[in-house]
Design a binder for this molecule. Sequence first.
Ligand code: MRU
Length: 355
Amino acid sequence: MVATGTDVDLSPVHYRGGKVYLIDQRLLPAQEVWLEFDDVADLARAISDMVVRGAPAIGITAAYGLVLAARSAVERGDDVFGCIERAAQLLSQTRPTAVNLFWAIRRMLAVAKSASPDEVVESLEREALRIHREDVAMNVAIGVYGARLLPRKARVLTHCNAGALATGGFGTALGIIRAAILTGKQLKVYVNETRPFLQGARLTMWELTRDGIDCVLVTDGMGAHLMARGLVDAVVVGADRIARNGDVANKIGTYGLAIWAREHGVPFYVAAPTSTLDPELPSGEHIPIEERSPAEVVRIRGVPIAPEGAQVMHPAFDVTPHRYITAIITDCGVLHPPYHQSISEALNAGRAVDD
Ligand code: MRU
């Protein structure tokens, strides 16, 4: 198989003809099924149920959800601004850790507020498409910056899925891998399976295999062993939310990987667009951690893997303290410690671009 790393067209969400389409990520890789949505409540449920997941993809989907809410309010002759507000409330309750969700909703509400009732649907459509397009562009920039940090021949360990499926396209952590391959680097990717939802085994392996990228599936407990054997040159992961001091919330299991990486002298990189930076939170202890259903832990595809009635914990994310993070790779460049300074500079640079 030839590694091309060029499947830049893969996006998990599309908006066409007033409808939203999501590839059902619960069914991948066994089935590629696209679901159609014209109702914001159904779309909010799809976000909660992880039909679509990954912080940037959740934000983009929510933005399109507000377009659906506005369209149907106009069709029914309802109070369009009231409907948009209620839809924003509903969408805000889906995935609490993913800050891109709240970031996208804020952007959409600001546009709605400055639009007249006659033009609100078109204005929201334009803004949602812009959010989607900008996300892909940010990922490509992250890829370019991140690829430079990897050696010519690199063995990279990644966790969860921070790929095209988790974003508007191209991916953050996987965007770096794609960009490195496009610049001629030789990569092998160790993919953590990522219990319990198996984003690594099902989604990252699917994406990398489609692109012909050399990838090896490992279980979540194997990372320390691989590092001890000298098999990992870098860890690259995504983020759901990054506090002002550089603490990073990402899929449960990320924090442990960071500790192992420090112990073995392996660089630990976090890849994220500036839309994942949360300047309102001073540190990671303030990041809300989503608790998901025990059912996702005790069953795999409906098959019980624990005794009936087993007690379960299911925090879906953990927080990696900033001191374990070698660099945060954003669309505004590579951020180094002290992060409170580099993050605030990146946010100001982002604002300067927006202005
Ligand atoms: O629960 P998920 O699958 O939404 O969690 C996804 C992650 O943890 C990703 O690493 C993160 O959202 C970044 S995606 C570019």
